[in-house]
Design a protein around this ligand. Structure first.
Ligand SMILES: [Zn+2]
Length: 428
């Protein structure tokens, strides 16, 4: 069974190619806007909803009027119209606002949805990308596992061009028989059930400081104001580029760290136990007038560590290695309060850093986060055992698991707030 993976390479076009890429990006942006305009006006004037097929069929006539679009490749043009369709589908489903016109300087790029129009010459590491009517470009990057490339998306980001390829491949990963529980926190980013603590890397803080300083410098430059017809100063433009470069660097560093840490965990454990997180709820704004700054700082901490990403990484990496990543139902299991020795609940406040069991016969003492990670691990082992008994979903834990998921979908806002506060209690 092969899986789709995405690999991004940096492109090195020559001067003519660079100019052409920019020109093509503008053309694709105009096509996108034309697609949005077409749907909008047709509906407003004639009450007619234009669908994707109608727009696709009008492409040949469109290219007769605008012959410069001919060299872009018909499949790439169709893919851009698909983006229009996607934006409208999202809007109709109530997932997004009405599609907006996009400025060409903000337009990210275009896609070759099949093998037509491009060719890649690489074995996964570096190589060359050839695009029809544009030529051969050097590309740099490395795929963890290489396979059959299927689609190619050209991106312009921070003054550089990138090719993002989807590849059909069969990723392999080594693992061993161990099992481990993890607990995510703000003080120590990841706590393992073995007692090991992985703290948040320092470079995140350093990077944030640099971003902050550059942002401040940006605020002092003349920003554009369309209403007052003020153009941005050259220094403002320069500084803005600097800010976005710094931000991107921090993002890349964090991602690298997350990849390394999760790969490490997977390499020695085939059963990994985390917990269900309600990131959106956890990072929601504080209620009006209620410790706004503190909550904002907490949200930043949660997002800085990348709580949401860790689970996703562990899940797919464990699957690649043939292992399992399970998430315990935080609300019913309460890993922070439960004792890893006797399974008794001990209520705690945010400042209680040590778990001392309230059960007089147990009095088990352990670091709070380590205890929570151990509880997760024990829960996951129970899950594995019950699945080995070939009783899918018959054990109470499994049913609970499903029930919490169902509840979460149908819960009212007030209930959600309660969940938020309880999960926050858990994370500090
Ligand atoms: Zn106990």
């Amino acid at each position: 069974m092969s899986i789709t993976r995405r690999v991004t390479y940096k492109l090195y076009p020559n001067r003519q190619q660079d100019a052409k890429l920019h020109y093509w990006r503008r053309l694709h942006a105009s096509l996108y806007n034309a697609g949005v305009y077409n749907r909008k006006t047709q509906y407003q004037r004639l009450g007619h909803s234009v669908n994707y097929l109608e727009q696709q069929n009008s492409l040949p006539a469109f290219k007769e009027v605008w012959p410069e679009y001919k060299e872009l490749g018909s499949h790439a043009l169709q893919a851009t119209l698909k983006r229009v369709d996607f934006a409208f589908t999202r809007f109709f489903k109530g997932l997004g606002g009405y599609p907006k016109f996009k400025a060409s300087r903000r337009y990210s790029g275009w896609t070759y949805p099949c093998g037509a129009g491009w060719q890649v010459d690489t074995n996964g590491k570096n190589g060359h990308l050839t695009i029809s009517n544009l030529g051969k470009m050097q590309m740099r990057g490395k795929a963890r596992t290489w396979g059959k490339p299927t689609t190619c998306t050209i991106l312009f980001r921070n003054g550089c061009w990138y090719a993002s390829l989807t590849v059909q491949c069969q990723p392999q990963r080594q693992t061993s028989t161990g099992s481990i529980g993890i607990d995510l926190g703000c003080k120590e980013a990841i706590t393992l059930s073995t007692g090991e603590k992985i703290s948040k890397p320092d470079f995140l803080k350093v990077g944030q400081h640099k971003v902050k300083a550059a942002s401040k410098s940006l605020r002092r430059k003349r920003s554009p104001n369309r209403n007052k017809r003020v153009k941005a100063s050259r220094r403002w433009k320069k500084e803005r580029l600097k800010v976005s470069k710094l931000q991107r660097k921090v993002t890349r560093q964090r991602e690298d760290w997350l990849h390394k840490t999760t790969s490490n965990i997977v390499s020695s454990n085939s059963l990994i136990a985390g917990e269900q997180l309600n990131i959106k709820g956890m990072t929601s704004k504080a209620k009006k007038g209620k410790r706004n700054k503190q909550k904002a700082g907490l949200n930043r901490l949660i997002l800085e560590v990348g709580f949401g990403i860790i689970g996703g990484f562990l899940e797919y990496k464990a699957a690649e290695a043939g292992g399992f990543y399970l998430e315990s139902p935080t609300r019913t299991l309460k890993p922070t309060q439960r004792c890893a020795k006797c399974w008794e609940l001990t209520p705690k406040t945010l400042s209680d850093r040590v778990h001392i069991c309230s059960n007089p016969n147990c009095q088990h003492t352990e670091d709070r986060d380590v205890n929570a990670a151990q509880v997760n691990e024990i829960w996951a082992r129970g899950q594995e055992l019950s699945s080995l008994d070939a009783e899918p979903l018959s054990s109470t834990d499994c049913v609970d698991h499903e029930a919490t998921r169902g509840e979460e979908a149908s819960e009212t806002p007030t209930q959600r707030k309660r969940v938020v506060s309880s999960s926050l209690v858990h994370y500090l």
